[in-house]
Every structure is written in C-alpha cells, then in structure tokens.
Ligand binder design. Structure first.
Ligand SMILES: Nc1ccn([C@@H]2O[C@H](COP(=O)(O)O)[C@@H](O)[C@H]2O)c(=O)n1
Ligand SMILES: [Zn+2]
Ligand SMILES: [Zn+2]
Length: 633
C-alpha cells in the first residue's frame, strides 16, 4: 500500500492493516505460553464501547467481533474435548466510543445485533447503557430480552412505560449448573452510579445486600459451589477505586466463609487481577476490544461439590497458584490478558494443530455484516487528514503531541455563537469527554465518534465578571470532577513517569511506534511492541504478549478553549461556556450568586461534543492541507 490513501483506497488500507497483525509464526512477537486450563474457565470482555470492528489503525488490537465469534466457539469446543467448563462473560458499557455503535439512532441499533453473535453465558449492564433514556429502554426491551436469564442486573431497575411499574432491566440473579456439574449462584452488580437517566434506578450496594431477595439468594436452599459476581465495577476493592465489590464480598462471606467467590469487573478500563481472600479473586479485562481476559481455577472435588469430571484437564497446563501465599483453601488460579488480534487467537486455537484457520461460518458472516454496516453508515468516509498523531496521555498534557491543546484550539475556533462572537469566551469541557487518541493520516467519520462520542450540549452563563470566569478552570481542576468525587473514584494512574528524552524508547518514538502501521514491522528493531505492561496481585506475567511500556502522563479533569479576546485579555465580562454534563460542577464553583436559571444553550440544544471536532476538521487548514492524497507517512 505504501501509505497511499484516498477515498477509495482507505478501505483497502483497513484490510491491509488487519492482515499486518502480528504473526504467531514470528517467534519474536506474540504469545509464547499456552493457556492454563482449570476445571472452571472464563473468557471475559468488558467496556467494548462499540469497537466491534477492532482497531483499524493498530494491528495489535485488530481482530474484529467475527474473529472473536470464531475463537470463542473454538474455545468452547476445546473445553468440551478436555472435559472442563468454559463460561463467556461480559461486564457492560457497549456504547459510546466508535461509529458502529454511535452513528445510529439510538446508539447500539446495529452494534447490539453484532455483539449478540457471541454465545455469552452471562452478561451485565454498564453505566453507558443508562445515561440516555432511549438507550436504557432499548437495553430493557431488546438486549435484555435477547439474552433472557443470562442478563443479570441485580441492582438496576427501569420504569416500565407500559405498566408504570419499576422492573429489573434483566434478572436479579441466576442459579445454574454447569455442563460438568458445578452449581453456581450469579449476580450482576453495577457500581453506585448516579448519572443515570431518571427512568432508571441504581440500587446502591449497601441497600442491595440488605434486600430480602439478595439474602435469600446468598442463603440459597440448593447447594452452591461458587458465587459468581459480574459487575461493571472496578475489580480492585480499595477506598479509591469506587468499587462496590467489597460490599458484595462481605455480604457473601458473612454467610459462606469458604465458598469460592469469583468477580469479573470493568469500568476503570484497565487490566487488573485482585486477590480478595484465599478463595476470592477478581479480574478486569481492559477496554475497547484491546483485551480478552482469561481466568481459570481448579480445586473442586467430587465429594465436596457437584463436579463430575477429572480434577485437572490433561495435555494442557493447569492453574498452579493459590490466591494467597498461606492459603489453606484448595483452589488454584491462573489469569491472562490476551491481546485482541488474530495472531493471538490463532496461537491459542489452531497453531501447531495443522488446521487452516479458526474461522467459523458465523464468524465470517459477522465480519461481513460489520463491513456492510460500516459501508451503510459511511464510517470510512474521510473528512480530513491529521498532519500528526495526538495522544491523550502518552505525552505531557501541554505538549504539541497531546490531543488536548488541539481540542482547546478546536473549541475556541468553532464553538461560536455568531450573535455573541465579539464577547470573550471561555469554553470548558471535561477531559473524560475525549475517549481515544487521534492518529496521523485519514480522519474518518468513524474517528469523530472514536475521539469524541458523547452528545453533551454546550451551555453558558453570559456576562460573568472576568475575574471569576478566568478562575473557573483552575478551581474546577482543584476540586476534581463531581462524578469522581461522588464515587470516591480516582483514576488509576500507572506508576510510570517516563522522561521522553531519556527513556530507552522515547515517548515520541513509543507513540509513533504504537500508532504506526509499521509498528509490527519495527519489532525487529525494538523487540517488543509497546502496549500493556500489567502489574497485578499475581505479579507481572499476566500479559499474554509481552510489551514495552507506553509513557503515561496524568491529565487534569477539565480543559478549556478561549476565544474572542483582544490583546488585553479578559477585562470586564466574558461568556462562560461549558458542557451540560459538567453543569453541576461549574455551578458549584461559581457559587451562590449563580443557579441553573442563569444557564442557557450557547448555540442551541442540538450542538454537542459530537459536532465541534467535525466542524473544526472540515474548516481547518491543519486537517485539509493534506487532502485529498492523505498519507500516514
Ligand atoms: N455524557 C457523558 C457520559 C460520560 N462521559 C465521560 O465518560 C466517563 C465514564 O466512562 P466509562 O466508560 O468509564 O464508564 C465519565 O466519567 C465522563 O468522563 C462524558 O464525558 N459525557
Ligand atoms: Zn467504560
Ligand atoms: Zn463504565
């Protein structure tokens, strides 16, 4: 391809990138260790956020949902062959992050159909299924009905608009017996989310555990060999994570001091594995179809559980670690974070077995359906050409390689009310409204959703004294975002501070390396592709493919664009513009002199965070000068 792009060659480029995924046959990159299979095994997805096409610009995460359909089918067959159980589980956040889920009305209208091709055993709901009433109703009336008793929402209700009664969106719990006899009690618990549309209710964990039905399920009349808790909830239970798994764990432990409890979490978008006690562990499997989580455990006996197969499958490695060093419990565990690419799937499926491919007819149909939907939604249409890559956290917040200075410029340039354009303005957004890096080269319709998927409206307070207006950003950042404060949630910063000048592989190089099509080719020079380098409670060997570390710089909670100022800066008054999503944070900073009655639409009720970047890209020389022959090189 040689880096050549144009409206018609882009799709070919996309296919080309998919074929450039790391090859399992090249020993210098990719997985090298077989998975440990236990008696009970899990494949876990979370926070897919519509990325079902896979990462078209990063070969290392380039498998699509069809590939996963095929791989998961293969793994289920393998589990049967070796006489063990394999459960497929998902922990929510299906929307807001890619064109396939967000370019339809409502979000998820086609992507949910694609998602449903995987034969999940259990699923639970994420906060992104609850922000918008229409999406919540779609989840209730379609998605939940499709999955039936597999969709667990132990603490989430919706107002049924036909009966006017509050109903659980899915099932409260599920008691079932696996193919090999394990008796499992499962729950699905969303963190104590407060931003849900008011047609839904999130029952907080401390209330949930006191409810009669929950206590009855924990003290079930039938035997339980394992409690399984899926939750859109950080896996790690510490004061700063905002996870409510600790409350659920305590409630189960009060009744069952030794029965194993297995948690699967999400929401904080990280790879993590936490040990809660001798027979309780908790796995979180990343985000955006970058990670497929693997958890296996053994230790069930025929006399003390319903298990009726061999104690450990033969011909494969088995879980070998107790949860804690001094554990007296019989359970042993293994966990792995698989990179989401075909080479990884291939390695764990067909490699060395002389089979041509792990693809199944349904997997291939799913891939074709994704291609068709993308064409129908015009997701490949190119709107501009990014002259360089801009990342969210791999460079310093104020540097030219960071996305926020670019977006501050975009806010200043295009968020303008023509009738007030002479009035100085501060435009404040939350950094969390930006969801992904922006890559050098063709900037497509899909990329608008990938970078800024939400529909948060630009509101404003007119004529705020400059002394006050100019202080709001700093004070907001000092206070932190309301949403995080309510949750007790602190972003989990990796303990990395890499100086781009002195780092062995400098920040700039790492960024280019990670984000370039040539990344995989360059592995011969740098040995490892940059990516996840996970440390969890079992150590540093969880990443199925070893990576070199990506620099990570922290970002404040808010950023702003400034427009309409003359050389003297702000004197007199200014318009204070902000997103409706952060209105309560802004009013809290403005203080008692201001209330919601002072707030109006700055442009109109439909101009949102989805609109400003497209406008900027179309208007700006920065993004138009490389057109129409846009290249990545
Ligand atoms: N309308 C919205 C909704 C959410 N956000 C941002 O997303 C964060 C939550 O995302 P998760 O995938 O972690 O659940 C939230 O904290 C906001 O930063 C937004 O900006 N606008
Ligand atoms: Zn998420
Ligand atoms: Zn979430």
């Amino acid at each position: 391809c040689g880096g050549c792009y144009g409206p018609t060659t882009h799709v070919e480029h996309v296919r080309h990138v998919k074929r450039m995924q790391p090859s399992a046959s090249n020993a210098s990159y990719g997985p090298t260790r077989e998975l440990e299979w236990g008696q009970l095994n899990f494949l876990h997805t979370t926070d897919t956020h519509g990325w079902l096409e896979g990462h078209l610009k990063e070969g290392n995460y380039g498998a699509d949902w069809g590939d996963f359909v095929s791989f998961s089918k293969y793994m289920k067959q393998k589990a049967r062959e070796i006489g063990v159980d394999l459960l497929l589980v998902d922990t929510g956040d299906l929307h807001d992050g890619a064109g396939l889920s967000d370019a339809t009305t409502p979000d998820g209208a086609v992507s949910n159909n694609v998602f449903e091709k995987v034969d999940y055993d259990l699923l639970t709901i994420g906060n992104h299924e609850l922000y918008v009433a229409e999406v919540a109703y779609q989840t209730f009336s379609q998605f939940s009905k499709f999955w039936g008793d597999k969709y667990l929402t132990s603490n989430v209700q919706i107002l049924n608009n036909e009966t006017n009664e509050w109903e659980f969106i899915g099932q409260k719990y599920k008691y079932f017996t696996t193919e090999h006899g394990l008796r499992i009690m499962a729950f699905g618990v969303l963190f104590d989310f407060k931003g849900n549309a008011n047609i839904s209710k999130v029952i907080h964990a401390d209330t949930l555990v006191a409810q009669d039905w929950f206590q009855d399920a924990v003290n079930y009349t039938e035997p339980v060999d394992l409690f399984l808790v899926l939750g859109h909830n950080p896996a790690r239970v510490d004061q700063s994570s905002g996870s409510t798994f600790g409350i659920i764990h305590d409630a189960i432990r009060k009744a069952h001091p030794r029965t194993p409890v297995q948690f699967f979490g999400g929401h904080s978008h990280i790879r993590d594995f936490a040990v809660l006690d001798d027979s309780t562990t908790s796995l979180e499997s990343g985000r955006y179809c970058e990670t497929l989580g693997w958890l296996s455990m053994s230790g069930f006996t025929k006399c003390s559980s319903g298990w009726r197969s061999t104690s450990n499958p033969k011909g494969v490695p088995n879980p070998s670690r107790k949860a804690t060093v001094n554990s007296t419990s019989p359970y042993k565990y293994a966990r792995r974070y698989l990179d989401w690419n075909r080479a990884t799937f291939d390695f764990h499926a067909v490699s060395g077995k002389h089979e041509a491919s792990f693809d199944t007819p349904l997997g291939e149909e799913t891939t074709s359906a994704i291609t068709t939907y993308r064409e129908q939604l015009n997701l490949n249409k190119i709107y501009g050409c990014a002259p360089q890559s801009y990342c969210m956290t791999c460079t310093d917040f104020n540097s030219t390689g960071n996305i926020y200075p670019l977006l501050a410029n975009a806010l200043a340039t295009v968020v303008v009310n023509e009738t007030r354009k002479e009035i100085p303005r501060y435009i404040i957004a939350n950094t969390g409204s930006i969801r992904f890096d922006l890559y050098k080269g063709p900037f497509t319709y899909d990329d608008f959703f990938i970078v800024s998927p939400f529909t948060d409206v630009f509101m404003y307070v007119p004529d705020v004294p400059c002394s006050l207006a100019s202080s709001v950003l700093g004070r907001l950042n000092k206070a932190g975002a309301n949403e995080k404060r309510n949750l007790g949630y602190m972003p989990i910063e990796r303990d990395i501070c890499v100086d781009p000048i002195t780092a062995p592989l400098g920040a700039r190089d790492v960024f280019d390396h990670v984000h370039s099509d040539a990344a995989v080719t360059r592995r011969q020079v740098v040995d490892l592709v940059a990516g996840y380098t996970t440390k969890d409670d079992f150590g540093t060997d969880g990443d199925d493919t070893a990576h070199s570390e990506i620099p990570h710089y922290s970002v404040p909670d808010f950023f702003q664009g400034e427009g309409g100022f003359d050389e003297g800066g702000c004197s007199g008054t200014a318009d204070l513009i902000f997103l409706d999503f952060i209105q309560s944070d802004v009013l809290a900073i403005l203080g008692s002199g201001y209330s919601a009655s002072d707030v109006g639409y700055y442009i109109n009720s439909t101009f949102t965070t989805r609109d400003y970047l497209p406008l900027f890209v179309e208007q700006s020389d920065l993004f138009q000068s490389g057109m129409p022959n846009c290249t990545t090189s």
